[in-house]
Every structure is written in structure tokens, then in C-alpha cells.
Design a protein around this ligand. Sequence first.
Ligand SMILES: Nc1nc2c(c(=O)[nH]1)N[C@H]1C(S)=C(S)[C@@H](COP(=O)(O)OP(=O)(O)OC[C@H]3O[C@@H](n4cnc5c(=O)[nH]c(N)nc54)[C@H](O)[C@@H]3O)O[C@H]1N2
Ligand SMILES: Nc1nc2c(c(=O)[nH]1)N[C@H]1C(S)=C(S)[C@@H](COP(=O)(O)OP(=O)(O)OC[C@H]3O[C@@H](n4cnc5c(=O)[nH]c(N)nc54)[C@H](O)[C@@H]3O)O[C@H]1N2
Ligand SMILES: [Mo]
Length: 784
Amino acid sequence: MSLIHPQAHYTPYRSAAGGWGSARSVMAILWREQALATAPRALLKQNKPKGFACVSCAWAKPGDPHGLEICENGVKATAWELTRHRTGPAFFEAHTLTELRTWSDHALEQHGRLTHPLRYDAASDRYQVTTWEHAYREIGAQLRLLDPQQVVFYASGRASLEASFMYQLFARAYGTNNLPDSSNMCHESTSVGLQESIGVPVGTVTLADFEHTDCIFFFGQNVGSNAPRMLHPLQAARKRQIPIIIFNPLRERGLERFVNPQSPREMIGPESTVISTQYHQVKIGGDLAAVTGIIKALLAMEREALASGRVSVLDHAFIREHTQGFDSLCQEVDGYSWETLERRSGLGRAALEAAATVYARSEKVMVVYGMGMTQHRHGVENVQMLVNLLLLRGNFGKPGAGICPVRGHSNVQGQRTVGITEDPAKVPADTLRALFGIEVPPNKGLATVDTCEAILDGRVKGFIGLGGNFLRAIPDSPRLERAWSDLALDVQVATKLNRTHLVPGASTWLLPCLGHIEIDRQDGVVQAYSTEDSTGCVRGWLGTNEPAGEQLRSEVAIIAGLASGTLGDNSRVPWSAWRQDYALIRSAIGQVYPEIFHDMESRMWQTGGFHRPVAVNQRQWPTESGKAQFVAPRRLNPDDDVLHEPIPRDVLQLMTLRSNDQFNTTVYGYDDRFRGVHGTRSVVFLNRSDLVRLGFAAGDWVTLRTAVEPEVVREAGPLQIIGYDIPEGCAAAYYPECNPLVPLWHHAERSKVPAAKSVPVTLHRAQPSAAQLARAVPARDQVR
Ligand SMILES: Nc1nc2c(c(=O)[nH]1)N[C@H]1C(S)=C(S)[C@@H](COP(=O)(O)OP(=O)(O)OC[C@H]3O[C@@H](n4cnc5c(=O)[nH]c(N)nc54)[C@H](O)[C@@H]3O)O[C@H]1N2
Ligand SMILES: Nc1nc2c(c(=O)[nH]1)N[C@H]1C(S)=C(S)[C@@H](COP(=O)(O)OP(=O)(O)OC[C@H]3O[C@@H](n4cnc5c(=O)[nH]c(N)nc54)[C@H](O)[C@@H]3O)O[C@H]1N2
Ligand SMILES: [Mo]
């Protein structure tokens, strides 16, 4: 189907994930970023001992890496950082912010790396070059004038363990727990749900478990685009005939078939690995009902087994010794009829029984999941329901079993481990007092949604951003943009220009930092850094490439500069000494968190690094009761916000997702190869019978409007309709363009993760203007 313009089209993708399409896409981006000279050498070092950690996802890096331990999207992320393009002083002389606000996300970042520290000048509406010393001094003076409770310290999940540890220490020494971070929009449902259910806030699975497992359940994660290196262990599992059971509203290509681009035989031959053995196209938000159905089927099997004297299906010894709440879960599950479960999940009873049968047959099951679970109103319950399923057959504390949340940014899990949290109860306050004389403020600070609320009602006056693109990533983005200019102080530490940098407060600073691929020298001495991946593995890394500019400073150096500028001599933290020698920071991390980080300096260089201890793997449960908790869901309804039942037929559940050509708000390009979309992001995927029912046709233009809280108009579009293989009543479109549709209050209960995967919307016919059309399909020459 041709969309709008000859350059934009929708052509269903029929090949496997990986393969030649992947290789071509990699070459194209290396060419465009003029990174062919520098990137190939870097790629040899990516995810390798004494190399750098990929700046894309947080998936585990094996201790015995492949020749090239990379994937298509990892290469894109590398090329994006190593680009030859620069956004330097001349650029800012030539463009006002008013003009730059008309640029696309893609065009802004594609212009290249920031090179100089900048301060916004309101008179000329431009960023102007400043000096580091001036910036540290001025920002410090302004921070001293503000009430620390009115300042937030945001972190996107990339900063190293060293930088993150210093950052939270700086915030607390200054006097606040206001430490929102990207995981507040991402896996906070995991941290809350797992903590309550099994007593640890992180996943329990490591790479080695993939070699031992005999069954993998996969919920709401798009592995082919967002964690492609995981396709290798999945492929290996499939070669061992391990069943992989998928729950996803979309038939995501990476979950169906894969050709390993690093295997010459697979590249040349017709061979591809079928990844899924069962594929269940669950309705958006229908997973609670689906897992309830699986458990219902297991309970029925159990009763049959008991009645006929066969071995139990459930692991009663484990349930008795290690868990609480089994009976009330059973009661709850028994209370739902199959009719209800089928309607809510969109899946048939037979399909759920088939999944239950495989689960019951397998001795070592693991559950992998992503944003399709956490970004819902019931995101925490989703996570806990997956734990319930695992507990029924003792699938914790044995090799090959456990829970595997797939984290986002490369060090997002690690940041939380070293203290980036708004909750003072999670910080070893006594140790911080003894070591650094820091009094951790006793009151809870602001997480991301709280921060947005506080900005809207004027309680927050200062914002420091360690990476990220806050204004673009958050829900209700237009409302927040309007309130943003009331900030007294806005400091952004970044590698590339993005939308957040274009909405200035009264005093606005843009500080360019080194990326993680670049060699970090402090006073001439090369410094290493460390990260914790999605499987709790801590590793040391070294940048490999020359910095993009002489003026760039490392995140550690910038935090040290800001802290010294703010706290001066009133601090027992040796900021400058730490800046000169990162080993001293690691030693401090080891003192504050000895159980995890003792002897970090040597252990992080061991082959494969070291794993943080996870009590659950010894079948110890650091919960309040000392046992693992079955937590029954309070309701299965994904549509609480649409008050009437049945739901009005013109309201669809929208999920906002990533394409294969973006990293969060960083838009590399306008293709979503695996979903068959080329040349545009202005599309909405809809079920074909919904189209007919609602009087639309594929190719029509529509605006999406949020169907709750009608007194506030929330709109996105115009978008062009693609008739797609998606369950009835569901819709999908791209993030961040659709963030204006997500109400700020529309978040998971308890974790406050914005419910970006179930936004009730209605469709309204639209006629795009010429300017909107041009934005929807950026001609190649407009892609700067
Ligand atoms: N290349 C690349 N890599 C990335 C990122 C990126 O943007 N680009 N982002 C990084 C970050 S920060 C994160 S958090 C991760 C995100 O990685 P994912 O967790 O894969 O996030 P999404 O792309 O939002 O896709 C969510 C998936 O869940 C499915 N889904 C949506 N709603 C439901 C539901 O109700 N039930 C079920 N069962 N499935 C559902 C969608 O169809 C989609 O396949 O990836 C990280 N890695
Ligand atoms: N509707 C909707 N909203 C969502 C989501 C969704 O699925 N749907 N997903 C949510 C999720 S999971 C997340 S994690 C958030 C992401 O939210 P953020 O983490 O805030 O956003 P990113 O797009 O990852 O940030 C990109 C910017 O980071 C900067 N950067 C890149 N590398 C570095 C570095 O090494 N150091 C520093 N200091 N800066 C760097 C660059 O300037 C770049 O422009 O968005 C959330 N928002
Ligand atoms: Mo994320």
C-alpha cells in the first residue's frame, strides 16, 4: 500500500528478523553518519573485555563474546554517537530556539554531537558559548538560592555506576531526595511488584539460565528491535527444541523467525530459526486474564491428577515451605468464568489450556517480559501475576527458571542499585552519614510523575537532567512544555540536541558530555567505568574512540564540577579527587554497598564480570513475611478509566510503541522494517474489521483523541491508517509522537509508571495540511 507519498509505503515484511535486511540497515547508517572510518574499529570492541558497553539496551553481554558482540540496533547506537557531524557554536549562531522548535526529533539529533558548554540568551533567543568554570560557578550560586525541595535531579538510564553514585550523593548532600529517573516510566512496576512478591526488586535470571531452561514464556517485549542480542540465546534454546510461548498483541517479527547475521551459513542458505512455538495475540491489557486462564487450567489439571491418583501438577512442597497466599489466589482464579477470561484476554480457552499444558510439562520455566506488562494501569499486578505463575511449580531458585524483566537503558538497573531513588528508605543513611557527613533528607522525594505534577503547579523551580529528553518522554507533554518556562534553573547534560533543550527556563544551560564509547582521560590518565545489566551482572568498561570535541567533559567530571560549585568546602565528599581517579569512587561504592560491590575494582574485570547476589536464587525471600507472596489481582478489567461497561464501541485501546529505527526519543530514521512501514512514522495500526465497523478505510487520515477526561482535549496526529494484524479493539502508534494523548494521572497504581500501553482513544477524520504532510513524510533531502 502506498502511503501519502511515493517515498512512504506499507509493505508487509515477510523475511526473518536479522539476516540481510539487518546488514543493509547497518551499512546505511554507518554511511549517513560518516562513521565508516571510526565505527568498525569500535564495533570490534563493543561489549568486549576492555572495550565499551553498548550504549543501546541493557541486555546481558556474555563473558565469552562472539567475534562481533553486536546487533543492528547496537550498531545504530554506536554510529549515532560516533557520527562525524557536529552541532557546534556556528550552528547556534545560525538558529534561534524558536526556529529549532519546528525541527523534527530526528533532524535535531542527526545534526550531530554537541561540542561546547552553552547558556541560553533570551535577548537573542539563542544558545551562546560559555566556559565550564563559569557554568559551575553560576549554576552553583543559583542552586544555593533555591530551596533544595524545589529542585529535581533527573537521570536517564545511561550514566555509569560511578557517575550515578556521585549524582545521588550530590543531590542528597545538597538536601533533596528528588531523584526521578527513566525507570519511573519503564520498569518501576517491576521494582514495586517483585519487591513485594519475592523480596528483590530485580530479575533473577542470568544468561546461563538460558542454557538450562526447558521452557520460556515471553510477554510484551519486542526482542527483535529492542534487545536483539537476546535473539542469540533464544535461537540456541530453540535449537535445543525448547518451547517459547509468546503473548503479544502484534506478531512481532523477531519473536517469530530469526536469521543470525553473524552466521555465514544462515545468511547464504534458506535457513531461519522459528522462535515461537505458540503465539498468542492477546488483547492489549488482557494478560491478567490470560494468565488467570493458564492458572485456571493448571488448577483443573491438578484436580484431575488428584482424582485419578496421578502425580501433582503443582509443586506443593515448594508452595508450603516457601509461599503465602496460595489459597486466596486459587479462590480468586476459580471465581472467573472461562467466558469472562476469554472476553478479557481475547484468547480462546483452548489456547490458554495449550499454554498451561506446556508449562505443566516443563521443569525449569522462565518468564521474560517488557513494557507490554509494566506500562499499564495494572502494571504492578501484571508483574505479580507472572510471579504467581512461576511460584506454582517452584520456578525460582533452580538453574533455568526465574523471572527476567528486560530493562531499557544500558545502566538503568545499576543506577537504582547505587542510590538513584526518591525513597530514602532504600538508602543506607547511616553509612552516608558516617562516611560523608551527609544527612539523607527523611521525606520522600519526587519521582517522574510527581515531578511533572510539581512542575505544573509551580512547586519545582530547578531541573538538572543527567541525559535523557524529559519533556519528550513524559506523558501529557504539551501541558508540561507550557509550564516548563516557569523554571528558574534548567541544566541539561547531554550528547545531542533534543526537544527538551529547546524549551528554556529563566536560566538555562546545556552541558555537552562524553559518550560511553569515548576515551575518558582525567589529567591525562584513562579512566574505566562500570555498569550493571538487566541480569544483575556488573562489568568494567573502557572507551575506545577519541572524544567528539576537546571541550567535552565526562559525566563524572561535570557532576564533580557542579557539586563543588554548589557545595564548595561544605562537603566531606572529595569531589575533585574522585574526578581525578574513578577507582576512588568505586571504592566508595564498595564501602556503601559492600554486599554487592566488595572488591569491585578487581571483580569487574573478571571474565563475564560478577553478579550481584539475588537472595531468591537461594530460595530466601526478603519479604515482610519471609516467604514469597502469591498476589491475586484485584480485577481483570484493563478499562477502569472508561467507566461504562460494555466499553463504547468507538473507543479503542492504544499502545504507544517503538519502531525498529529509534532509541526512545532518538529517531534514527523513518522505517519500521519488521512492521513493513517505510518513510514515515505518522501511522496508526488498526484491526481491519474495526476499520469497517467505524467507517474508515486503510489510507484514511485520522486524529486520535483521548477518550477519558473529556474536559481536557488531548490529540495526536494526523496519522494515516494501516490495516494490520492486531486484535479487535486495539490500536498501535509510535512513541514519543503520541505522548500528548497519555494523561499524567493515567499511570500504574503504586509504581506510577505512565500507562503508555493502554490509552483509550477515539478516531476522528482529518485532512492534513501541506505542512503536516511534509512533517509526516520528511523528504530525503530534509533529513539533514
Ligand atoms: N533499538 C531500541 N532498543 C531499545 C529501545 C529503543 O527505543 N530502541 N528502548 C530501550 C528501553 S528504555 C526499553 S524500556 C526497552 C523497551 O522495549 P519493549 O519492552 O519491547 O518496549 P516497546 O517497544 O514499547 O514494545 C512493547 C511490546 O509489548 C507489546 N505490548 C503492548 N501492550 C501489550 C499488552 O498489553 N500485552 C502484551 N502481552 N504485550 C503488549 C507490543 O506489541 C510490543 O511488542 O527497550 C530498550 N531497547
Ligand atoms: N508514550 C510512551 N512514553 C514513553 C515510553 C513509551 O513506551 N511510550 N517509554 C518510556 C521509557 S521505557 C523510557 S526509558 C523513557 C525514556 O526517556 P529518556 O531516558 O528521558 O529519553 P532518551 O530518549 O533515552 O534520551 C535521549 C537523549 O539522551 C541524551 N544522551 C544520549 N547518550 C547520552 C549519554 O551518554 N550521556 C548523557 N548525559 N546524555 C546522553 C541525548 O541528548 C539524547 O537526546 O521514555 C518513556 N516514555
Ligand atoms: Mo525504558
